[in-house]
Design a binder for this molecule. Structure first.
Ligand code: ADP
Length: 468
């Protein structure tokens, strides 16, 4: 508490609020007295003495400094004793009692020397120099002030340099050494400027700091606001996404039943009256059966898309075994087209959902064979590992996808005009993208240099171990 009061006193003193400063120093004094803390008491008397001196109340200043000196002597702390001698001397000088002043200030020099404390010694020489100046002893004044100046320069203590120079200018004038006086005066000015520049600089740094704090505070408030907005938006998006998912599922599910009824009854109709129909009528019935079959496929695909889980399982799976299973699934199509599938190197084990990986690669490989007019349709799978990144490419020698349609091909129900003669619903690649997105990966298409398409997929942090 006493230390805090002392600091508050110092702040008030620096602000020129002397009355408040004295009040706080007295509170320090009071506590220190109760605790019998001589050092704290000495400090508050000393500080009060400085204020009285600043207010030209030299008698009161003397009383305070003498008490401070007595208390500091009792502590035996030489630094404090030295400072007290110095200030007491300064007050005696202000009162015109130069002999007493010199007594105290000489003592300050002796203690400063004992301590080897150049800063205190510099202050003491400045003080005694000023007293000699008032006394008219310009030789001693000059000697001491020059010593102070040298000590000040040695330590880069601008206040000591400035104070010593201030009196030195007067001393030189009295000695008739005007050229030297001018030199000292010039230096005094420079130091004074430096001191005030430093003060301005300090103030500027402080203001800059306050400004940047203010800007940061505003920025973080804005960021918080934006963040909350995003959270609200995300919440809304999640709700509408769930609704949409549910709608797609229910709609697809409920459409299945009436559709089955339509196709079953058309087929029954065809069987029962088929013989009595004209060729045109038979063609119409054929169209209706075809249409309902396509619609059935579309509904199946929609259900597949709705089923893709956005939070996939993460089990360790061997990609090579996934591809082998796909080979079996596509056996009929591959035989029909005379297609082959080549894997450059054995594929690694990755953390993923096996069903999703089957869907992903089967859609792409299946498309590569389906959209293919080559005499020998070929699918080539290559992979690459770099750090935690795993990329895989599936190349075909098929009909290719025009550049302008590549992005569209990944959108639901979007088919490329070149694919008109092939059956399909335009959902397969949308499923692939959804799977890759949910794993934080990327999927894109490029031209196969030898003709056809290359699908690239890259994932981060999915590798378990890398097979050789
Ligand atoms: P679907 O095959 O059922 O039409 P997809 O979503 O799998 O739907 O593909 C979207 C479209 O992209 C296809 O209609 C086709 O035009 C084109 N496409 C996909 N893969 C290939 C490929 N390997 N070569 C050429 N075109 C392709």
């Amino acid at each position: 508490m006493a230390a805090s009061y002392n600091y508050i006193g110092n702040i008030n003193s620096n602000l020129g609020n002397y009355e408040d400063a004295i009040r706080y120093y007295r509170l320090t004094q009071h506590i220190c007295k109760e605790l019998d803390r001589k050092k704290g008491m000495g400090a508050s008397y000393y500080n009060i003495g400085i204020i009285h001196y600043e207010l030209n109340n030299f008698e009161a200043a003397l009383e305070s400094h003498l008490t401070a000196l007595k208390l500091n002597n009792e502590t035996g702390i030489k630094e404090l004793i030295c400072a007290s001698h110095n200030y007491t001397g300064k007050v005696y000088a202000a009162l015109g009692n130069y002999q007493e002043a010199l007594k105290y200030q000489s003592q300050a020099i002796i203690i400063g020397q004992e301590l080897g404390d150049k800063r205190r010694l510099g202050i003491a020489h400045t003080g005694i120099g000023a007293t000699y100046h008032l006394l008219g002893d310009y030789k001693n004044a000059n000697d001491n002030l020059v010593k102070a100046l040298l000590l000040g320069r040695e330590m880069g203590e601008k206040t000591i340099i400035k104070d010593a120079l201030f009196t030195l200018v007067e001393v030189c004038k009295k000695n008739g050494a005007f050229e030297q006086a001018l030199e000292y005066f010039t230096e005094y000015h420079q130091v004074q400027n430096q001191i005030s520049n430093e003060a301005v600089q300090k103030q500027l740094t402080m203001l800059n700091f306050q400004h940047s704090m203010e800007v940061k505070e505003k920025e973080s408030a804005l960021l918080k606001e934006k963040n909350e907005e995003i959270q609200r938006y995300l919440h809304k998006l999640e709700i509408s996404n769930n609704e949409l998912k549910q709608f797609a599922h229910v709609a697809a599910h409920d459409l299945r039943e009436p559709l089955r009824m339509i196709s079953s009854y058309i087929m029954l109709l065809d069987q029962s009256i088929g013989g009595n129909l004209s060729d045109t009528q038979k063609k119409f019935i054929g169209f209706a059966i075809d249409g309902s079959k396509r619609m059935e496929q579309l509904i199946e695909d929609m259900l597949r898309l709705a089923k893709v889980d956005t939070e996939p399982k993460t089990e360790s799976i061997e990609l090579t075994s996934v591809i082998n299973e796909i080979k079996l699934n596509l056996e009929t199509l591959m035989k029909e087209k005379g297609a082959r599938l080549e894997i450059a190197d054995e594929l690694p084990v990755i953390k993923a959902d096996r069903t999703q990986m089957l869907q992903l690669f089967q859609n792409i490989i299946g498309n590569g064979i389906k959209y293919n007019e080559s005499a020998e349709p070929a699918i080539q799978i290559k992979h690459h590992v770099e750090g935690s990144e795993f990329s895989i490419s599936i190349a075909d020698n098929g009909i290719g996808i025009p550049v302008e349609s590549r992005e569209k091909a990944f959108q639901i129900f979007q088919r490329v005009p070149t694919a008109k003669k092939y059956s399909g619903s335009g959902i397969g690649l949308a499923i692939c993208k959804k799977i890759v997105d949910s794993m934080g990966g990327k999927i894109w298409v490029e031209d196969n240099p030898g003709g056809g398409t290359v699908f690239h997929i890259s994932f981060n942090n999915v590798l378990v171990t890398q097979s050789t």
